[in-house]
Design a protein around this ligand. Sequence first.
Ligand SMILES: Nc1ncnc2c1ncn2[C@@H]1O[C@H](COP(=O)(O)OP(=O)(O)OP(=O)(O)O)[C@@H](O)[C@H]1O
Ligand SMILES: [Mg+2]
Length: 259
Amino acid sequence: MSADLLALTDVRMGFGDGPDVVAGVSLSMSRNEFVSIVGPSGCGKSTILNAVAGLMPVRGGTVTYQGEQIRGVNTAVGYMTQGDTLLPWRTVEDNVAMPLRLRGVNKAEARAKVAELLTMLDLDGAGRKFPAQLSGGMKRRALLARSMIYQPDLLLMDEPFAALDAQLRTQMHRELRSTVARTRQAVLFVTHDIFEAVLLSDRVIVIGGTPAAPTAEVDIPFGADRDIEGLRFDPQFVSLEKQVHDELSRARTLSRVAS
Ligand SMILES: Nc1ncnc2c1ncn2[C@@H]1O[C@H](COP(=O)(O)OP(=O)(O)OP(=O)(O)O)[C@@H](O)[C@H]1O
Ligand SMILES: [Mg+2]
């Protein structure tokens, strides 16, 4: 496995004076790879993404992005956080345009890109609204739009589709997978949904234990132009789903035994 994009080496993290939440976390990603992290609730998945985004310091080990060690906020990645970080006093349009505006893109160009993305994410008509006027699923899509508007080499996504209905989720799966294939972006994706992890990923990393660390890795060999609608009927897909499911059960047991 190549590590030309991202490498975490023996990373250890915790909060305040508390015990380590994750320890011995080593994982790497290559360009244009789609990797999912699955693991029991509270085991440290968002914490790991925060290390990659440089939003939380590590207690030990290193995080290297494109050959450079991350020491502060990593503005080179896009991050769709698990929580709602839309600015309530700005319209959806302005929220989504923000990463472009911060990078000096002019208003007209930003507006055109925002409109295109809002259409792709089924948010036509929501651009002039404020976050408080949106449903939970619409807010998630607005956040998704904001993380996708400029095209970083790596997108961090923390349960991006959890609040969506099944049909919309399928549509988002299709859009995300085809967008990143076209833009050659890599994605580090956190989900509780095993089906979604296998459907979208080139590789699934299972984490567990207390403190948590990767316990298994499953390669998903369907490639970039996979058939998002038809894959679920493929026997190999079903068997990979079962494999991830079994590894997750094992990780859950580890977390329980240790805590
Ligand atoms: N600000 C904080 N202060 C202290 N402990 C925290 C803080 N944030 C998270 N934790 C603890 O760190 C552990 C890992 O949290 P994290 O949010 O990374 O888990 P997660 O795997 O993303 O969970 P979920 O699947 O529920 O989103 C949890 O046990 C949580 O209670
Ligand atoms: Mg989380």
